[in-house]
Design a protein around this ligand. Sequence first.
Ligand SMILES: O=C(O)CCC(=O)C(=O)O
Ligand SMILES: [Fe+2]
Length: 352
Amino acid sequence: MVEIDQDFIQPPEHRPKLSIIEAENIPVIDLSPILDDSNNVKNPLVIDELVRKIGSACKEWGFFQVINHGAPLESRQRIESVGKKFFGQKMEEKKKVRRDIVNVMGYYETEHTKNVRDWKEVFDFTVKESTLVPASIDPDDKEVTHWYNQWPEFPLEMRETFQEYAQHMKKLALKIMELIALSLGLPPKRFDDFFKDETSWIRLNHYPPCPNPDIVLGCGRHKDSGALTVLAQDEVSGLEVRRKSDGEWVLVKPLPNAYIINAGDVIQVWSNDAYESVEHRVILNAEKARLSYPFFLFPSHYTMVEPLKELTNDQNPPKYRPYNWGKFLATRKRSNFMKLDVENIQIHHFRI
Ligand SMILES: O=C(O)CCC(=O)C(=O)O
Ligand SMILES: [Fe+2]
């Protein structure tokens, strides 16, 4: 057995199970009824059925896959191939765009989730080339700053390829937000204003083969903190979702050209717990590397995240106090650079 660094070793209760359960009935939703091609007459009954499916997937699973989503396959193939070229380089090249406390976007190889090191390397970039965020985590400090992307010299086409892909993901994410709004009985564009100065970003996760996939994870259990995640995975499986019905970890089987969608903590708060953000993690493979690339739809930094007025009343009072998205995000980013003894900031800290 190869000796691996202690930092990677998961406590026994969080290690992968020996018998993997493949998720049989994680919903697969066909988005063709809302594709923008002119031949497609938008039939209200078909749209109602789609909205109903999205609502029940959000309630029962918190995760679903979409097919016929309109995002071009070529753009996905390009980001995947350029991403593989980037990670295939020597460490000294990748470290030229390594993230630090000032430049929080770029390459990183020592991600930790819940204080255990993940077996992966990542490359992060924001959808907007400069993203407005709070300058500090101090709640009284109103100063703002920008996050800028760090693009490597090689692969030369990385910037253009990644930015183009980001635009497709943004479009798809906002379409799904419309369906989610409808499923909650809200006007379809109800969420749009929250994303005017979005802080959305994309991460490329590269999980090398691991000699000890029984005690190490590619990404430890966590929930996504934003509104919505649109995740692409290559043909190697690894994503496990905690099934709401029984708490079991189940593997999400890769479907070619499908996207995996999950509601994040912000939707949980907006919907006052109608739609819960679900825990997930990544298991590893001893032979094969895996690439995944989630798009995280995040609101503008000045958004006060709180249960929507339309979804609360005397019988269903707000379950969360409002919190400032930018300060939440800045606090999360800061904790990436120091090992904390306390838990990272979480929405349950705002629970009433
Ligand atoms: O690699 C995956 O499938 C999931 C990664 C993930 O959950 C994340 O980056 O937040
Ligand atoms: Fe995640």
